[in-house]
Design a protein around this ligand. Structure first.
Ligand code: ATP
Ligand code: MG
Length: 307
């Protein structure tokens, strides 16, 4: 345990094998409005977990609870062995936030600083890393997000997609234990969305623990280990991506996915089977006469779609 961790309040029963993030029966109210009504959620080390659900269902609120930006009235939140609800004072909260990267829809880069300075400022000022080390790492991170040639540029000289990749590199510069992504592509032009998703996909493949909120269902299906579907402050259903996208058990999940996937007609190939016509017990040979299989196939196709 390092000096930072030693003064953070330990989560009872925390072990190396325990989930990196654990929410248990989390309730949060804004005045009389209860927006989280008993959230249970787990993220293991190295996992990508995506929270999907309608607007206002509490997705961003869950992420803000994980970083200690919001304090629930009830329940437990563990992050890497720290009991977040027991943290007291700004120092302890700042110590937590050093360990949890957070990337938002609005990139919030410092406009008067170069891209390189945006990456160097927190590691040098907040955790006292030597400037030469921080600069070296910043250049490496810019290469990782494919912006090696933009170190001297100012944020205003970059596209939205480039600025968002700088924001991801800036979060990585703090060497976080996990990164939270809240709809990081929803303010971007469609042509720059892909370059940001590619960077996140590579982080996930490299084993970075990620919690994402996104409306990019195809992307969520492709990269997530686990999906949580929220509605009105509750987890309606959760499970492996293949199960939630392929065989959701709850009517609400099916209705949501049918609407959401309507705007994204193609899923990754491994999910095609789940949404394709259900094959008969003994699939027809390719050469079978169309007339004998056509009606069966179309009925099965409808039956297999989420309703
Ligand atoms: N600071 C706040 N004060 C009062 N109410 C809030 C606050 N932040 C969020 N809420 C309310 O909490 C509920 C959940 O909001 P939240 O932002 O978590 O939803 P969301 O699922 O992220 O929605 P979206 O998909 O639109 O981003 C909403 O009803 C919202 O109005
Ligand atoms: Mg939100």
């Amino acid at each position: 345990m390092n000096a930072t961790e030693s003064f953070l309040r330990r989560e009872p029963g925390a072990t190396e094998a325990a989930p990196l993030v654990r929410l248990q029966d989390v309730h949060l109210r804004f005045g009389a409005n209860e927006v989280l009504k008993g959230i249970d959620l787990e993220v293991k080390r190295g996992e990508a977990v995506t929270i999907i659900g309608p607007s206002g269902s509490g997705k961003s609120t869950i992420l803000r609870c994980i970083t200690g930006l919001l304090r629930p009235q009830q329940g437990h939140i563990g992050v890497g062995g720290t009991a977040v609800e027991s943290l007291r004072g700004e120092d302890e909260l700042i110590a937590l936030r050093k360990r949890v990267g957070f990337v938002f829809q609005q990139y919030n880069l410092f406009p008067h600083l170069t891209v390189l300075e945006n990456l160097v400022i927190a590691p040098t000022r907040v955790i006292g890393r030597p400037r030469a080390d921080a600069e070296r790492e910043a250049h490496a991170l810019l290469a990782r997000v494919r912006l090696a040639d933009k170190a001297r540029a100012y944020p205003g000289e970059l596209s939205g997609g480039q600025q968002q990749r700088v924001a991801i590199a800036r979060a990585l510069a703090m060497r976080p234990e996990l990164i939270l992504f809240d709809e990081v592509t929803s303010a971007l032009d469609p042509e720059t969305v892909g370059e940001v998703l590619t960077v996140i996909r590579e982080l996930v493949e490299d084993g970075m623990t990620c919690v994402l909120v996104t409306h990019e269902m195809r992307f969520a299906a492709e990269i997530s280990d686990h999906i949580y579907f929220t509605e009105a402050g509750r987890i309606v259903e959760h499970g492996p991506a293949a199960q939630i996208f392929g065989q959701p058990t709850q009517e609400r999940t099916r209705a949501f996915l049918r609407r959401a996937l309507g705007a994204v007609p193609r899923l990754p190939p491994e999910f095609d089977a789940a949404f394709a016509p259900v094959p008969a017990a003994a699939p027809a040979a390719p050469a079978a006469p169309a007339a004998s299989t056509g009606s069966t196939a179309s009925t099965a196709s409808t039956a297999s779609l989420p309703r």
